[in-house]
Design a protein. Structure first.
Length: 347
């Protein structure tokens, strides 16, 4: 266990592993119950996959918000939890989780930081994630120069020849979002059928029929360029033959490979690399350790941000009993409770 003796142990009510939308909203629900939280995330900023993979991609299923980007959702959540003064530890990975007696946990990170808490909440999304690299020879040379697996700033692709590869929601969504600003855009998929939302596929085909984009059925066979800068890609058509397509930027969207990482060593009940929880408290098989968001599984589980928000609310009620077992939890509404309004600074 890598512990830095020069760093004092940090005591808090709850340690939250993961600072994505669900982890951030957990701060709010815990704060309403007077529980303080420290959040640890391997990324360099809050927002999780929303901020890392699709900060400018529209999200349409947040209640009462018809459309919001991943970054805007993160910013609003940060504003919402500001009254509770959460403490963040970015660029750190939790490497150790140890129970101390009946009540406390010791959490350690790869930076040697040590936390002591009464409850631990795993809100780590799918765990550590990395994009699936397409099997194209020499692609590593072009990565982060002209081959990108995520769009963080839409404007960086303006007036360029773009090639998008894939048949899922990400490929379709970014085809629709980048087409208006691209010099040219070609979407390549290995078959006529698309896995993404039918409405998005229909909109994409309408653009192709109108000549606004090109749709090629085939696979990228080679990258052409030097010093990491693409000039074109060679496409092998499904029906045979090859074609060279001008390309300044290649965006392969083949999905993500999720890895639990250290979570798999914490003696939690797992099912298909997900943490099993109950649906009353969203507690794991280990008392005092909770799991919310995409990292967990239970009958009927839906991997939606709004589902994670619901899980965070129920988790907080149970975490309160872990931290203060002798205190009675009185359920209150933010619309009518004076004490809650004072906590939020709106009284």
């Amino acid at each position: 266990m890598n512990i830095n003796p020069d760093q004092p142990e940090i005591e808090t009510d709850v340690v939250i592993i993961g600072a994505g939308p669900v982890g951030l909203f957990a701060v709010f629900e815990l704060g309403l119950l007077d529980l303080k939280a420290h959040l640890i995330d391997i990324l360099d900023r809050p927002g999780g996959q929303c901020a890392e993979l699709y900060p400018e991609k529209p999200i349409y299923d947040i209640p009462a918000i018809p459309e919001i980007s991943g970054q805007e959702l993160t910013d609003r959540l940060m504003e919402q939890i500001a009254p509770f003064d959460p403490q963040f530890h970015f660029n750190e990975m939790v490497t150790g989780l140890e129970r101390l007696g009946d009540a406390d946990f010791r959490v350690t990170t790869d930076e040697g930081r040590v936390f002591r808490a009464k409850a631990v909440v795993i809100a780590a999304g799918g765990g550590s994630f990395q994009p699936k690299r397409p099997p194209i020879s020499g692609i590593e040379e072009f990565e982060e120069k002209s081959v990108f697996y995520a769009v963080r700033r839409r404007e960086e692709f303006r007036d360029l020849d773009l090639v998008i590869v894939g048949g899922g929601d990400s490929a379709l969504d970014w085809t629709l979002n980048l087409q208006p600003i691209a010099k040219s855009l070609t979407l390549i998929h290995r078959r006529e059928e698309f896995r993404g939302a039918p409405d998005s596929a229909n909109k994409m085909r309408a653009l192709a029929d109108a000549g606004e984009i090109r749709l090629l059925i085939g696979q990228v066979a080679a990258l052409n360029g030097e010093a990491g800068e693409l000039r074109s890609v060679t496409v092998k058509a499904k029906e045979g033959g090859e074609e060279t397509v001008p390309c300044d930027r290649l965006l392969p969207f083949f999905g993500l490979t999720m890895k639990l990482g250290p979570v798999s060593d914490w003696k939690l009940e797992l099912q298909d690399d997900l943490v099993v929880v109950d649906t009353e408290k969203f507690e794991t098989s280990q008392p005092g350790i909770f799991a919310i968001g995409d990292i967990n599984t239970y009958p009927g589980k839906l991997k939606l941000i709004l589902s994670g928000f619901h899980e965070a609310a129920l988790m907080a009620q149970a975490a309160k009993k872990c931290v203060h077992p002798d205190e009675k939890v009185i359920f209150q509404y933010t619309t009518s409770s004076t004490s809650l309004k004072k906590k939020l600074g709106v009284a």
